[in-house]
Design a protein. Structure first.
Length: 213
C-alpha cells in the first residue's frame, strides 16, 4: 500500500495544514508569534501550547534582530543544542553552544553548592557578557532561575530568553520569575516544556529568516 505524504517536506507541509486548522483563530498573537506556536505544536503534537506559550512585548522581533546580527544561542542541554538547525545557523552566521558537559561546570557546581545547569549559565554569562546572546532553557529550572538572578544583578542583558524547563520541582516558579524579570522572553508556562520545545522556538525564529528546502 502506498503511503501518502511520504517525503519529509510533504509530511511537514501537511502537518502544518492540520495544525493551522486545529489551532483556530489566535487574535491575541501576531503572525510571527503564531509561527512560533505552530512550530512548537508541530514538534510536540500538543495543542495545549495554544494556552501555555507566552510572549513578552516584541520578544519575537528582538529574537529575530539578534539572529540577523549573528547571535550566539546558549542552551542548557546538549539535546536542545542538537535540535537546533545547524545549516540554518551557519547560513545566518550564528552559533549555538552548551556548557553543561564542560568539566569546569561540574567543578564550579561542586565548589559553589549549585547545580551544574546553574554553573553552566555562569560560564556562558562570563564568556558572552558583551555579546549578542539568546538563552534557550528547555530542561533545568535552576538554569532559568540563575539567569533571572544574573539579570537582576546586572550580570547579563540577553537579547531573548526562551524559558521552557519541564517537570514538577521549581519549574513553574522559574517561569513565573522570568515573566517578572524584565527580560524579553518566550515562555512555555506551567509544567510542560523540554529541550525539544526550546529547540523548536529557536528553529521557528531561524526559519523566519532563512528557510532551507
Amino acid at each position: 500500500m502506498k503511503t501518502e505524504n511520504s517525503s519529509p517536506t510533504e509530511i511537514e507541509r501537511r502537518s502544518m495544514e492540520i495544525i493551522e486548522a486545529e489551532l483556530g483563530p489566535t487574535p491575541e498573537l501576531s503572525a510571527p508569534e503564531r509561527a512560533v506556536l505552530k512550530r512548537v505544536v508541530h514538534t510536540t503534537a500538543d495543542l495545549d501550547y495554544r494556552r501555555n506559550l507566552k510572549f513578552s512585548d516584541d520578544a519575537v522581533e528582538l529574537g529575530l534582530e539578534a539572529l540577523r546580527a549573528g547571535a550566539v544561542i546558549v542552551t542548557d542541554t546538549n539535546m536542545a543544542l542538537a535540535g537546533i538547525s545547524k545549516p540554518t545557523l551557519k547560513a545566518l552566521r550564528c552559533e549555538a553552544v552548551c556548557y553543561m558537559a564542560a568539566p569546569e561546570a561540574a567543578e564550579r557546581a561542586e565548589m559553589n553548592g549549585t547545580t551544574r545547569a546553574s554553573a553552566a549559565m555562569d560560564m556562558a554569562a562570563e564568556t558572552y557578557e558583551n555579546r549578542n546572546v539568546i538563552f534557550a532553557v528547555g530542561n533545568a529550572p535552576t538554569a532559568l532561575l540563575r539567569l533571572c538572578e544574573l539579570a537582576e544583578n546586572g550580570g547579563i542583558s540577553p537579547a531573548l530568553v526562551i524559558g521552557a524547563p519541564v517537570g514538577f520541582v521549581n519549574v513553574e516558579r522559574s517561569k513565573e520569575r522570568l515573566t517578572r524579570s524584565g527580560l524579553p522572553y518566550i515562555a512555555a508556562m506551567g509544567r510542560k516544556g523540554g529541550s525539544a520545545v526550546a529547540a523548536a522556538v529557536c528553529n521557528a525564529l531561524l526559519y523566519m529568516l532563512y528557510r532551507r528546502e
